[in-house]
Design a protein. Structure first.
Length: 410
């Protein structure tokens, strides 16, 4: 069973009264060397010899149990990148794990991490709110009258039965312009945890609905991005234009054609920890803006920017037999990390006459021959190269013109 699917089955097992491991001290599933649990962390600020101090205090969520000291976090049994987890502020982090073996010298333990969850930036959970895992009925049950409770909220770390509910309300966990549909999808499909409480909602024909009202949502790390489909976009007749909507997976999809109208010129900003994105939407084809948690977005890849530098290294046209010409080609761009060469023309006797490119220590990087015409070489991870032309004792051609070096600094 993969970690991403383990949580719902764990919750169902607890609801059926699964017996706690021998090291558990009460009816709740406390963390131990045998029983995994969900915990929050605070940094140990005491000053003494490591590992007796300087680690973390763990607190089992949804319990009143006292904190427990661990000397370090051990990620060896997870698929997590420790750097991704530890860039999370501790107050936004929930860890699922077990205690490691006792260290023989100091009798301390590490926390073996199985899963990690990160809360939304800048959001403070309600002090008395519980931590829940959500299980959605699949297939959904059929109701004759609303409300229809098609989801269950399970208090994690507790041997209690899950509570059915009607609606997940994430408004209390949203920073400005954050997309609620994205958070709901992460909870219902990706196992995100909810800090919140169950409350009564509207009175409907079949009774009063139950609402899980969230004050914080903790997304499972690493946050995966589902690939988006590429649907056909309709050709809108003039004066209509295409507009779009966004799915719970943040895929921008066609939403029809509308006549463009007057739009406000203001562009909002996102609070710290969020990144602004936009798409054309609404009845007047105006920009719609969304603030996505930055840690859920793929890191931006550096944009390749090349600086062109003119040079002049050429053979005679035609060149002579038994020639050897050499040039040192160096980029003048500060901080150059790689270069490539542009040949305006290239025509040598194939297999007998050559242009060889080497680094300054003499290591060969590339060798060219034949009728190549105009071309750009592969990238070389250096800032300077030696270019050597050699011809044999018979048959010549029009030669080559090396007129440009491209330099990059990334």
């Amino acid at each position: 069973m993969s970690p991403r699917n383990a949580l719902p089955f764990l919750m169902i097992g607890l609801a059926c009264g699964e017996a706690p491991a021998p090291e558990a001290t009460d009816t709740e599933d406390s963390i131990s060397a045998r029983t995994a649990a969900f915990v929050t962390l605070t940094r140990d600020q005491r000053r003494c010899v490591s590992p007796l101090c300087g680690g973390y205090f763990t607190t089992d969520v949804n319990t009143t149990r006292v904190t427990q000291y661990v000397s370090a976090l051990d990620f060896s049994q997870s698929n997590l990148d420790p750097a991704v987890v530890m860039e999370t502020p501790l107050e936004d982090l929930v860890i699922y794990g077990v205690l490691g073996p006792r260290e023989p010298r100091f009798d301390t333990r590490t926390l073996i991490v199985h899963e990690a969850y990160r809360g939304l930036p800048g959001i403070t959970r309600g002090a008395s709110d519980g931590f829940f895992a959500v299980i959605v009925n699949n297939p959904p049950i059929q109701c004759f009258a609303a409300p229809c409770n098609n989801a269950r909220a399970q208090l994690i770390n507790r041997n209690t039965a899950p509570s059915s509910f009607t609606t997940l309300d994430v408004q209390g966990a949203l920073a400005p312009l954050v997309d609620p549909a994205y958070l709901v999808a992460r909870v219902e499909r990706d196992g995100a945890l909810v800090a919140g409480r169950l409350v009564n909602g509207a009175l409907l024909q079949g009774g009063r609905e139950r609402v899980l009202r969230a004050s914080q949502v903790y997304l499972r790390l690493p946050v995966d991005s589902a690939p988006c489909p590429l649907p056909p976009i309709a050709q809108c007749p003039e004066p209509f234009v295409n507009v779009f909507g966004r799915t719970g997976d943040r895929c921008v999809m066609p939403a029809g054609c509308v006549e463009a109208g007057v739009c406000t010129l203001g562009v909002p900003s996102c609070q710290d920890g969020y990144t602004l994105s936009s798409f054309t939407a609404g009845p007047f084809a105006c920009p719609a803006y969304v603030c996505d948690p930055t840690f859920t977005l793929a890191p931006e890849q550096p944009v390749e920017r090349w600086t062109e530098e003119a040079i002049d290294a050429r053979s005679a046209a035609p060149y002579r037999n038994n020639q050897r010409l050499a040039w040192l080609v160096t980029s003048e761009v500060p901080g150059t990390t790689k270069i490539r060469l542009h040949f305006a023309s290239f025509s040598l006797e194939d297999g007998y006459d050559f242009v060889t490119v080497s680094d300054t220590s003499g290591l060969q990087l590339a060798r060219y021959s034949g009728k190549l015409g105009e071309f750009v070489t592969d990238e070389f991870p250096v800032s300077a190269v030696r270019v050597v032309f050699t011809s044999d004792g018979s048959v010549t051609d029009t030669g080559f013109v090396l007129d440009r070096i491209d330099a990059a600094t990334f």
